[in-house]
Structures are given as C-alpha cells and as structure tokens.
Ligand binder design. Structure first.
Ligand SMILES: Nc1ncnc2c1ncn2[C@@H]1O[C@H](COP(=O)(O)OP(=O)(O)OP(=O)(O)O)[C@@H](O)[C@H]1O
Length: 236
C-alpha cells in the first residue's frame, strides 16, 4: 500500500507536485498524465532522488521520508528507468547478482533466487550472455529481473514498453501482470501507451499539473471526460 499525503515538490518557480494525495492499493497501478504532469517527479520522490517540499509518503506503513536513499532498495523500493541501466560488460546472471549484494533474500541460495528470476523473465538460456550482447527486449527483462529479487515492496517502471515489437510487448504485459504473484510487490507503471496501461493495470492514477485529477479502476477512469481531455488530449 502506497499512501501519499499532501506531497509537494517545487523546482524554483515550477510546482511539479501540488498537494498530491492518494492511497494506491492496486497490485498494478498505472501512473499517467500529459507531459510535465509530475509522473517522473513522483517516482523520484519515492526513489529518494528528490526531497519533497511538503507532505509524506508511506509504503506498507513506513514513512519513507525517514529512509536514506541508499537504504531504499533494501527496504524494497525498486525502479526501472527510461534510460537503460543494464551493465553491458557483465553477464545477465551477474547483472542480477549485483542486486543481491544490496538487498535481503531470506534463506534461499543466491543461485536459486537468480534462477527463479531468470525463469520468470524468460532469460534462463541467455544467463551467460553479456548485457551488451542482448536485444533491447532482453535488456528490458534483465532490468525487471533485477527488480523482482530480494523481497521488493514496490516496483516502479518508467515507460518499459518503449521501442518493443508487438510480440515483445505481449510478453512484457504478461511479465508485469504476474509480478505481484511472483514476488509480492506492488507495481507502479508509467507509460503513455493506453493499451499497455489498460491490459496490465487494475487501477490508474491520473495526474495533471502535479495534482490528482482521477484515481480508480482503469475502465471507468479512462471514460472520465477530465481524463480524456488531459491524458488523451480530447476536447469536450
Ligand atoms: N530538475 C528539474 N528542474 C526544474 N524543473 C523540473 C525538473 N524536473 C521536472 N521539472 C518540471 O516539473 C514538472 C513535472 O515534470 P515531470 O518530469 O515530473 O513530468 P512527467 O509527467 O514525468 O512528464 P513526461 O511525461 O514528459 O516525462 C514539469 O513542469 C517539469 O518541467
């Protein structure tokens, strides 16, 4: 459960988040809105890269404002970025293993944890390949594999579908939808692709000008005229 209470972020004269309040309880939540709405800023606050000027965020009851940035992955906050973070001169296995140096993973062996993540992301037969030898879609899966090991609580994904073919997007959808059952994490998904959001998310949070304009089940929320105007650019 992600509870956001009165969150504010200012960059000089720009108000990026304005008294943002929402309780996100869905297993997979879409975070959407037009360019500049504040989506990346919200992810940056959750990641600890930006200190809010007002308000708080609680994850599973813990006020994350009290958690130093370097403790957030061990706490269970994970993220994929718009720019790829796979280490090109490390193998797929070692890319995933690197995460286990920083997060708790219970009583299973490192190999068992890594193998389960490889199987889940369809990478078992490419575990030995270097990151730099992988196709874009496989690198995307390595990033997801790194997020799902070691008891994550929330996994934020920033435009994971960018540049993928239809069949790759289809596998990505299935992978995202299964994450909560695989590792117990809530997923927060930022993407401009309405199809990806509708096919993976049970609820969506719609931002505009740094504030919430709608939150609820995806079907009805997408029909909301305010959402259609802000997110889909429709005029009334
Ligand atoms: N480091 C920064 N310095 C100044 N202004 C910033 C900074 N980061 C974001 N902003 C501004 O804050 C507002 C919110 O930006 P943000 O990147 O969070 O929006 P977004 O919804 O993620 O947009 P996009 O869909 O284009 O990625 C915008 O007006 C943006 O120009």
């Amino acid at each position: 459960m992600i509870e956001i209470d009165g969150l504010g972020v200012r960059f000089g004269g720009v108000t990026a988040l304005n008294a943002l309040t929402a309780s996100l309880d869905a297993a997979v939540t879409g975070l959407v809105g037009p360019n500049g709405a504040g989506k990346t800023t919200l992810l940056n606050v959750l990641s600890g890269f930006i200190t809010p000027t007002a308000g708080s965020v609680r994850i599973d009851g813990q006020d994350i404002g009290r958690l130093a940035t370097h403790r957030r992955s061990a706490f269970g906050i994970r993220r994929t970025f718009q720019t790829e973070q796979v280490v090109l001169n490390l193998s797929v296995r070692d890319n995933i293993a690197g995460m286990l140096d920083h997060v708790p993973y219970g009583t299973s062996s490192r190999n068992d944890v890594i193998n389960a993540a490889l199987r889940y992301t369809g990478l078992s037969d490419r575990a030995h390949l270097m990151g730099g030898a992988l196709a874009t879609s496989d690198r995307r899966m390595v990033e997801i594999a790194r997020c799902i090991v070691g008891a994550p609580k929330i996994i934020m994904m920033d435009e994971p579908g960018a540049g993928l073919s239809e069949s790759e997007s289809d596998f990505l959808r299935k992978t995202i939808v299964g994450i909560p059952a695989f590792c117990g994490a809530q997923v927060l998904l930022v993407d401009h692709d309405v199809d990806l959001i509708s096919s993976t998310c049970s609820k969506m949070l719609v931002l505009d000008f740094g504030t919430v304009i709608a939150y609820g089940p995806v079907g009805p929320t997408l029909k909301d005229p305010k959402v259609r105007a802000a997110y889909l650019g429709e005029t009334a």
